[in-house]
Design a protein around this ligand. Structure first.
Ligand code: NAG
Length: 311
């Protein structure tokens, strides 16, 4: 056997916050995390309680909120705990768990955005056959298929990762376990892992993106055929939120991977990572509910019903 020391934990040293600012940032991150949890929980509960919202679009949205909630719960509680205890370490198994679940909920988000785009495409291009096409069976199958693909994909990468061995260097310049950072730390060859990430990751991110673009092209061409302002207004009001969430999701990914940072700029990497692990999941519920009359009405109905039943 070679004389490599086996690493039992990693150090998450992404956020270099000076001691006098620790409290400020702790409160800020806690507030952001609580906002994410509350915002997404409210959406899930509203959709569950209000039977007017039991349509495919809102059921998918509720799945998306669930994914967002879990996605930020993979990294934020650990970050907050590490800040509180002033101990940046994470055990090896904890690191693999973070990577696995980050991938699961990240992929899930990407697949759900495609499913939602398909739902909008059917609603706009085939309005009369919408309810017969988007029936319960198809909706459940689409969500189930997304889960199966995402679980298999994440399991595959996590198992491949266990092949790598790590030596002395256990400092992760990030505030959570990022799979690409682990490849750099590994002292065994990570060529196969990186190749698989490149091929499969490309499929999981690029294919959904192309499918979304294709559905929107179809939607736009059907609007151009009708070209009445009332129709255009209706399309924007039903697709606007989805389009904003899609831009936010793919905008961050493109910013992160297609504009590589010059000479290891950790500040940029960390802030981009903050953007997609914390800010995006926090904003999604607001994007969907602020401009949406159905959601507001549901909130009022639920609150009023509560009041009446309390009386
Ligand atoms: C997710 O979507 C499926 C299919 O529409 C639905 O049956 C299920 O209730 C949703 N789950 C959540 C947590 O919203």
């Amino acid at each position: 056997m070679n004389n490599q020391t086996v690493i039992s934990h990693f150090l998450l040293l992404g956020l270099r916050i000076s001691p006098e600012h620790q409290h400020l940032f702790y409160v800020l991150f806690l507030a952001m995390y609580l906002t994410t949890v509350l915002g997404n929980l409210i959406i899930i509960i509203l959709i569950l309680l209000d039977s007017n919202l039991h349509t495919p679009m809102y059921l998918f949205l509720s799945n998306l909120s669930f994914s967002d909630l879990c996605f930020s719960s993979v990294t934020m509680p650990k970050l907050l705990q590490n800040m509180l205890t002033q101990d940046p370490s994470i055990p090896y198994a904890g690191c693999l768990t973070q990577i696995y679940f980050l991938m699961v909920f990240g992929d899930m988000e990407s697949f759900l955005l495609v499913v939602m785009a398909y739902d909008r495409y059917v609603a706009i291009c085939y309005p009369l056959r919408y309810t017969s096409i988007m029936n319960t069976k198809l909706c459940v199958s689409l969500v189930a298929l997304s889960w199966v693909l995402t679980l298999l994909h994440s399991m595959f990468h996590t198992l491949l990762l266990t092949r790598l061995s790590f030596c002395e260097n256990n400092v992760i310049p990030q505030f959570f376990c990022d799979i690409s950072v682990l490849f750099k730390l590994a002292c065994s060859d990570s060529y196969i892992n990186e190749l698989m990430i490149f091929i499969l990751g490309g499929l999981v991110i690029v294919t959904p993106f192309l499918l979304i673009v294709v559905s929107y092209l179809q939607i736009v061409s059907s609007i151009l055929r009708v070209s009445s302002t009332r129709v255009i207004h209706k399309v924007f009001s039903t697709c606007g939120s989805h389009l904003s969430v899609v831009s936010l999701f793919y905008g961050t990914i493109i910013g992160l991977y297609l504009c590589p940072s010059a000479n290891n700029s950790t500040v940029k990497d960390t802030s981009m990572a903050m953007m997609y692990t914390v800010v995006t999941p926090m904003l999604n519920p607001f994007i969907y509910s602020l401009r949406n009359r159905d959601m507001k009405e549901a909130l009022i109905t639920v609150l009023c019903k509560k009041k009446i039943s309390l009386w």
